[in-house]
Design a protein around this ligand. Structure first.
Ligand code: CTP
Ligand code: CA
Length: 225
């Protein structure tokens, strides 16, 4: 936590963080979502504030208190998040995409409640836009873009592929199958993947990892300047 004790290394910088799950509606009473708690993204937003940045947090539906002194907007679906990101992202120096974005949404949302009928139910889903890839495509010279990869197999290979495919500067890889890592807990075991290096980090609190991730972003920025 050395950075928290020092002066404000992120003073003058702006940090945009997304956190939590998306919810994709199927009808007026149901949605498809995932187990993201938002804890990792919220920890990064808090750390960015402590380090002196201007912080904007975009959050999906989570059971967490809104961090003080951080500007805040909420989203529900991937399309809502995409709209917010396309509007906001160009103005931020660091973009940390910790939100667990649904890959698919219902091809059409029923206007009335879907009634129980046969033994099986088929719903057609349509692919959502890849927001991180869009940001990567439009990356400004001053920006550091960091995404996450939650995997259950081939963690490093898949995460490295995402780094390149989405033109991110860093992917934080974490495995859902490792004890002490993943969605709901207060700790995580991550590997920081950049074009130059693969850096495994031992189990730490999400709070502490928030500082480590930002510190790594600062190093990446030094390299690009
Ligand atoms: N992401 C995004 N938009 C999407 C899906 C994912 O911006 N429609 C972002 C996530 O916020 C995360 C990164 O991309 O920072 C990787 O997400 P992940 O779900 O691990 O990768 P996908 O590319 O969706 O591939 P898959 O789910 O098949 O592993
Ligand atoms: Ca996905």
């Amino acid at each position: 936590m050395d950075y928290a004790m020092s002066d404000h290394p992120l003073a003058g910088k702006s940090v945009l963080v997304t956190a939590g799950p998306t919810q994709e509606a199927m009808d007026p009473v149901r949605f498809i979502s995932n187990h993201s708690s938002g804890k990792m993204g919220y920890a990064i937003a808090r750390a960015a504030f402590v380090l002196g940045a201007k912080v904007h947090l975009l959050s999906g539906p989570v059971a967490l208190a809104q961090p003080p002194y951080v500007s805040f907007e909420s989203f529900t679906s991937a399309l809502e998040l995409e709209k917010l990101m396309l509007k906001e992202a160009p103005f931020f120096d660091y973009i940390i995409m910790a939100a667990a974005v649904g890959d698919y949404r219902a091809a059409s949302i029923a206007t009335e409640k879907i009634k129980k009928q046969g033994d099986t139910l088929t719903i057609t889903f349509q692919k959502n836009p890849d927001i991180l890839a869009e940001l990567g495509k439009n990356k400004q010279p001053h920006q550091v873009i960091c995404g996450f990869a939650m995997e259950t197999e081939n963690l490093l290979e898949n995460a490295k592929e995402k780094l390149l495919k989405k033109n991110a500067d860093m992917i934080i890889a974490n495995s859902l199958k490792t004890a002490g890592a993943g969605f709901q807990g207060d700790t995580n075991i991550i590997t920081m993947i950049t074009k130059e290096a693969i850096e495994p980090i031992e189990k730490k609190s999400k709070e502490e990892l928030g500082y480590l991730i930002l510190r790594k972003c600062m190093k990446l920025e030094e390299h690009t300047c």
